[in-house]
Design a protein around this ligand. Sequence first.
Ligand SMILES: Cc1cc2nc3c(=O)[nH]c(=O)nc-3n(C[C@H](O)[C@H](O)[C@H](O)COP(=O)(O)OP(=O)(O)OC[C@H]3O[C@@H](n4cnc5c(N)ncnc54)[C@H](O)[C@@H]3O)c2cc1C
Length: 434
Amino acid sequence: MTEKYDAIIIGAGIIGAAIAYELAKKGKKTLNVDILPAAGYGSTSNSCAIVRVYYSTLDGCAMAYDGYHYWDNWAEYLNADKGEDLAVFHKTGNLVLKTESNDRMSGTLGHLDALDIPFTHMTTDQISKEFPFFNMSCFAPAKTLDDPAFGEPTGGSIEGGVFFPKGGYVSDPQLATQNIQHAAERVGAEFLFNRRVVEIPTTDNRVQGVVLDDGRRIEAPIVVNVAGPHSYQITEMVGAEKDMRISTRALRQEVVHVPAPESVDYAANALVWSDSDAALYARPAVGNKILIGSEDPPCDVHQFVDPDDYDKNFTDQLTVQAMRFAQRFPEMGIPNSLQGCVDLYDVTEDWIPLYDRTCVDGFYLACGSSGNQFKNAPVAAKAMVELIDACEGGHDHDVIPLTYKLENMGHEIDLATFSRLREVNQDSSFSVLG
Ligand SMILES: Cc1cc2nc3c(=O)[nH]c(=O)nc-3n(C[C@H](O)[C@H](O)[C@H](O)COP(=O)(O)OP(=O)(O)OC[C@H]3O[C@@H](n4cnc5c(N)ncnc54)[C@H](O)[C@@H]3O)c2cc1C
């Protein structure tokens, strides 16, 4: 007997699971298929899971602030069972340093003002008083390790920062995904693990379902590509890349995990730190550790890779990030043997995701998350389900772009921002900041 679903979702990361949850709540019979053995084991597992409201576009800021509310009311969003083990959202707030490269945050703050999203300015003295362990000298521009001027101050002090109270980080992104999986299963969604989608048959330009690596064929009139760094393979499988102006590629990334010095209770005293002067972001982690990721300075080479065959060993990137943060936090110290993770972003040309239909009927994209969409999974899923509903009902989103009314803010975002047919958005930071 052929298995039949209303929708098949390729991928069970945080966004794939959230889309299943929203579709199933609307009464759709859904199946998520994933190569890996459990939900959230793909790139989501190594996410720094930072929740922040600052993006380079108005819609990006609005979506992130709306998303904050789901993390803040996680049990309610999930309709969680009493006593369920839930991911913890640490509401530390975020501090972004004002630098030349982020134009002292002027563009972003204009968006936040327009959207009434709270923030406060901090002077350098206030930052130093609050975080006495940080050295507020300037080190920009970022350099590679072989540059003789690496680590040398370049003159002057940081010109203050902006504190965002509505932010923080989720300490266990995998558990957060499994929380959504269980919420989705409670409303009827099904998940299939350890199986790879190898074919997406079409008839008369409409998807018919998927074929798995064990030869099984599963029918569905809707297939959603939420395959993370593998997304381009899925798009090409169905020939949907033909009209896309924005593409997706797998970009290798390393995040270093460094112990904080015993003299500083980093988890209690620090927050999410965004530092475009030192070209990094950092956040506290369990066990008084610090996670340090890159803000992609121009001197660092981007490594686009085959998501099924790339180097999972640490390179200089790990050391460079630790050393860049040690410029800011001299007391930190760098252990001889560094720990961290190597994983992939699914990156678009302008580091803004794709939430869209395609030129193949019934085939949808929720990918290109560019290292910055963990926090947005609940909102993206809700927007995707409205988009799918409208397109399946005959609406031509390519000609008349849909808007989506954010549930918590009431603000309408223009889904053309996330279209595959958009021009590269020149307002982007062209980095993980989106
Ligand atoms: C190092 C790192 C740090 C990050 N930090 C942050 C952050 O601080 N804040 C933030 O908001 N975002 C962050 N992100 C980005 C965020 O984690 C991603 O945007 C998000 O996790 C993407 O979720 P997803 O469900 O789209 O993809 P994934 O979690 O990658 O899931 C895709 C799934 O598809 C499956 N799959 C692929 N191909 C197939 C196939 N053919 N058949 C079946 N299954 C398939 C994979 O096995 C995988 O499980 C970070 C990402 C990384 C890598």
